[in-house]
Design a protein around this ligand. Structure first.
Ligand code: ADP
Ligand code: MG
Length: 550
């Protein structure tokens, strides 16, 4: 008809769809978790908006309904949530972050190439939050009919997942969304209510919005328990329940590396149930740097945008539930209420304390290093972003070193410093191998002075911000003339041969490209090395600035 608009997906979306459908086949029941989670999120969002706009109030029987239709071979997922306008449909379902797609296909390629690729695939879906697109694993055609709460227009989005989608006006009596999946030949199992029930219990049991499944007789059965797990006493919760809850809040498939469940009492009352993942997600963290820890008030979900943790702890997932805020808390209030500020502080302190005690547990050093390999570069952001917490973050960091095997820490470095040593020395470069062979290290190595080797992309930035650790200044070995003369080398010559004339000649030849030529005790085998001036940025920093065109 004339009212149907056809739109092409961006090339990246087309590719992603193809990947989702063909490569991630093995654990396709995940599509239901993704669609139900979206429906529940939409319901929560509407409830939240209704707090400040009565016209948007949820119907009293608001639920997510999963309805199979054997005759039509369709499966529909309906909600009375916030809904989508025509623009929302095009935006939310027609585009996806390019960077994410690229990272995704790359990771997938690696998973295929390496051993155990098969096992990795399902976990990739969760980590990438492929979300809505996972519907095309089981359907060859998907229609989405939606009416935004507060609007009287409804629209239908439809696609076969092969490169384009259509948008046309539709009718829907009330606000909300219906997703209709036209199931593929081999996806019959999702027409059976017992099968649907099993999937919902496995993946979505903790979702607080009621989920119902319609059976063959048209009866609706509740499918999820929706228990606020965090409100139960620890002694009544099994590991399996914690793990399942972790997977619902993180959309992950891994086990939590750490589970923090505590109740704060006294001046401020709240319950926290937080998790640190054991696997690194491939993209999520770079797109949106804000913490998504969920805020509940008296069990009711309020928002996942309260930034309950600082950006540099954004890898932590979970829930904070408090009785100390009113249920009708508004967005403006969330920004400014001192109660929330205090909760943020307390929650952040709790997480830091946990990381700190684990970082000090020498018996489980391997476990901590695994954590650090996953999230260390995110933690380091805290050093330059969070003045207040800087000193607490520093001992949590781990480094390679010129004299130690494996990883080391700043406290350990300090404990090994030579009596006459005043500074903590470090060297930044793009990779550890380059660092190990750097001529910059020769003089230090000859004198047995330890140098921290930094090769993370954020390493050019934070050491200067930190400035000192335990009153010892951090000093880049490329910066100015580190006075190595006070450290003795083996068989050092009593007096260096005079080279004044050579230095003067070199200076003349190289000016104005270099600002100075100096005799150094930094080198042993190499004849020359480039150094940054004592005042200016470190060499790696200069490289980065040049790359950025500054
Ligand atoms: P994510 O949930 O991680 O944002 P998805 O691909 O699952 O990614 O969904 C994309 C977006 O589409 C959602 O962020 C939301 O804005 C919108 N959306 C999806 N399903 C619904 C729904 N049932 N009701 C309202 N909006 C929805
Ligand atoms: Mg989603």
């Amino acid at each position: 008809s004339e009212t149907v608009e056809r739109h092409e997906f961006g090339a990246e979306v087309g590719r992603l769809l193809d990947l989702v459908v063909h490569a991630l086949y093995s654990d396709r029941e995940i599509f239901l978790r993704e669609l139900v989670a979206n429906a529940a999120d939409a319901t929560d969002r509407r409830r939240f908006e209704a707090l400040t706009n009565e016209a948007l109030a949820l119907p009293s029987d608001a639920r997510v309904l999963i309805a199979p239709d054997k005759a039509a071979r369709t499966l529909s997922i309906s909600d009375s949530g916030i809904g989508m306008t025509k623009e929302d449909l095009a935006q939310n379902l027609g585009t996806i972050a390019r960077s994410g797609t690229r990272a995704f296909s790359q990771a997938l390629g690696e998973a295929k190439a390496g051993e155990g690729g098969e096992d990795l695939r399902p976990s990739l879906i969760g980590q990438f939050g492929v979300g809505f697109y996972s519907a095309f694993m089981v359907a060859d055609r998907v229609t989405v009919t939606s009416r935004r709460a507060g609007s009287d227009e409804a629209w239908t989005w439809a696609s076969d997942g092969k490169g384009s989608y259509t948008l046309e006006p539709a009718a829907r009596e009330q606000a909300g969304t219906d997703i209709v999946l036209h199931l593929k030949e081999d996806a019959d199992e999702y027409l059976e209510s017992y099968r649907l029930d099993h999937v919902v219990r496995k993946w979505a049991d903790n979702i607080a919005v009621p989920i119902a499944i319609r059976d063959a007789e048209g009866k609706e059965e509740a499918a999820n328990r929706g228990t606020a797990l965090w409100r139960k006493p620890k002694s009544e919760i099994t590991d399996e329940q914690y793990k399942e809850f972790y997977r619902t809040v993180s959309h992950g498939f891994d086990e939590p590396w750490a589970t923090l469940h505590w109740r704060a009492e006294g001046a401020l009352e709240f319950t926290g149930l937080l998790f640190v993942p054991s696997m690194k997600p491939f993209m999520a963290v770079e797109d949106d740097r804000r913490s998504k820890v969920r805020l509940h008030v008296r069990r009711m979900f309020i928002t996942d945008e309260a930034e309950l943790l600082p950006n540099w702890l954004r890898f932590v997932h979970g829930v904070v539930d408090t009785d100390d805020l009113p249920l009708n808390v508004s967005r403006e209030m969330l920004q400014s209420t001192p109660t929330l500020q205090k909760i943020r502080r307390a929650v952040t302190t709790r997480v830091i304390n946990e990381l700190s005690s684990r970082s000090k547990n020498t018996e489980k050093a391997d476990e901590y290093q695994k954590f650090f390999e996953n999230f260390g570069s995110v933690l380091k952001e805290g050093i330059y972003e969070d003045f207040e917490r800087r000193a607490e973050i520093a001992p949590l960091l781990r480094f390679r070193s010129s004299t130690q095997e494996g990883w080391t820490s700043l406290p350990d470095y300090v404990s090994r410093m030579k009596p006459e040593q005043e500074a903590i020395y470090y060297l930044v470069a793009d990779d550890v191998e380059a660092l190990k062979n750097s001529a910059q290290l020769e003089g230090f190595r000859a004198r047995g002075v330890e140098v921290l080797l930094l090769s993370d992309h954020v390493d050019a930035f934070w050491p200067e911000q930190l400035g000192k650790f335990e009153d010892k200044p951090l000093r880049s070995v490329t910066q100015g003339a580190a006075d190595l003369s006070k450290f003795k080398t083996e068989g050092e010559q009593a007096e260096a041969p005079p080279v004044d004339k050579l230095v003067a000649a070199l200076k003349l030849a190289l000016e104005p490209d270099v600002s100075d030529v100096r005799v150094t005790d930094r080198l042993v085998d190499s004849a020359v090395v480039l150094a940054a001036s004592g005042m200016g940025p470190d060499l790696q920093m200069q490289r980065l600035l040049r790359r950025a065109g500054r």
